[in-house]
Design a protein around this ligand. Structure first.
Ligand code: URA
Length: 434
């Protein structure tokens, strides 16, 4: 078999066989297939798509590209949640400790930033000392001791996804249903969780811009999970505006801590309660999602969820005092307000552009080798539906590099659309797929 023939086949819109897909994933992981050929195939998949059978085969090939993590040494129901990617989406940092404090075992493998979206692993690495690279033994040990661990993808688990994820990030091939499905489910299926709740984002800040595409993505994700014997459900949630008030790594961890203290913004609290409710229901800790939501609220109110986060941080080598003293994250030396361009209501936010503005401030990567400025990011003061006066600040930028401000300002300015009347409100949870 030759890689060039596979690229041509997909370029011409023909389906790849199971053997061809495995030839690609195995060759890419071993280094026999170079980045440039893998990038060409990704772009051909982006243009031509994959049918359900190919998507399932790519998922299984990614799952089988490395070791499987056997969670049978962890007693109880093991659950994971995964988002398809958004801007300001720090829900994992809130939902995981909430459900763990209710008794669910959370053994979670998270990703890094992808495209304009942030990643949980990058966010956690803003906590001084926090290790996302635990060995399998350490990972299981932490879950057994504390009920929760969140780590990055090691070289051993789903290495095909690890390499492809990084390559997609820099070749503009992220927003493709088969590539998202195989990436998420390939790594989820390599880990033996019993329950998976997926947060499928929809709107301008998501990889899927329309509700129809997001529902299709959710259905394929759930279908593959069910076929693999998982208890799985997907929620379709709004990403037409950033979630919460902050975008950027350390800033988002701080906001997650504030939310666990009961002081987070309403939209973030609502989505986290719903996601927690779904996990608690599927894990058998609640009869309905609503009952699960009530348990989630109690876990925040009692302080149990925050204590669980602190335990996890400590168990993974991080500084647990960050939950009390935000100065320990460090602060960006440069701060700058962004003024409203005119009087009126904010009618819409191009949330992808807001994610890009945050990257431009240093909060993400432009190439595989880039280092992240952990303190960089944005505080969003005004969102869709808010009324503003010309010149009033709509956001605050944080960065370590003053020269980054102009580019980010230009992108942010273009991201906002104004109108004379307020837009119709949009629900945060737009649907579920079970
Ligand atoms: N999350 C993933 O793990 N992979 C994707 O492709 C998108 C979101």
């Amino acid at each position: 078999m030759r890689m060039v023939d596979l690229i041509r086949k997909k370029r011409d819109g023909l389906p790849l066989t199971k053997e061809e897909i495995r030839f690609f994933t195995e060759g890419y992981v071993s280094g026999v297939i170079p980045d440039y050929q893998a990038a060409a195939l990704l772009m051909a998949i982006w243009f031509r798509g994959m049918d359900r059978e190919e998507t399932a085969e790519l998922t299984f090939a990614i799952r089988d590209s490395g070791e499987k993590i056997d969670l049978s040494g962890i007693d109880g129901v093991r659950a994971d949640k995964h988002s398809t990617g958004g801007v300001g989406d720090k829900t994992s940092l809130i939902v995981a400790p909430i459900v763990a404090s209710c008794g669910v075992k959370v053994a979670k493998i998270s990703g890094r930033g992808l495209g304009h979206t942030g990643g949980t692993v990058d966010k956690l690495e803003s906590i001084p000392g926090y290790r996302t690279d635990l060995s399998e033994e350490e990972f299981i040990g932490v879950v057994n001791r504390t009920g929760i661990a969140i780590v990055g993808q090691s070289r051993e688990v789903a290495p095909a996804d690890k390499k492809l994820y990084a390559l997609r990030d820099v070749t503009s091939t992220v927003d493709s249903v088969p590539l998202i499905v195989s990436s998420i489910m390939g790594k989820k299926l390599a880990v033996g969780d019993d329950v998976i709740v997926l947060d499928v984002k929809t709107g301008s800040g998501s990889f899927m811009k329309t509700e129809e595409d997001s529902r299709q993505l959710a259905e394929i994700l759930v279908d593959i999970g069910k076929k693999a014997g998982k208890k799985i459900m997907a929620l379709i949630t709004d990403m037409d505006r950033p979630l919460g008030e902050y975008v950027g790594n350390a800033l988002e961890v701080r906001e997650a801590i504030e939310t666990l203290k009961g002081r987070g913004p309403g939209d973030l609290r609502e989505i986290c309660e719903v996601l927690s409710g779904a996990i608690l229901m599927l894990s058998g800790f609640a009869g309905t999602m609503e009952e699960g939501r009530t348990l989630a609220k109690q876990a925040v109110k009692s302080g149990a969820a925050l204590r669980k986060l602190r335990e996890m941080i400590e168990a993974q080598g991080g500084d647990p005092l960050v939950t009390e003293d935000y100065g320990r994250f460090g602060t960006a030396p440069v701060e700058c307000e962004v003024p409203a361009a005119q009087d009126g209501y904010i009618a819409a936010m191009d949330t992808e552009a807001i994610g890009k503005a945050s990257l431009l401030l240093g909060a993400g990567r432009n190439t595989m080798a880039d280092r992240i400025d952990m303190t960089a990011g944005i505080r969003i003061l005004k969102k869709t539906g808010d009324r503003v006066k010309k010149g009033e600040p709509v956001a605050v930028f944080y960065t370590s590099d003053r020269s980054r401000l102009d580019g980010a300002q230009a992108v942010y300015g273009q991201a906002l659309t104004y109108s004379e009347t307020g837009p119709a409100p949009r629900p945060l949870v737009l649907g579920t797929v079970e």
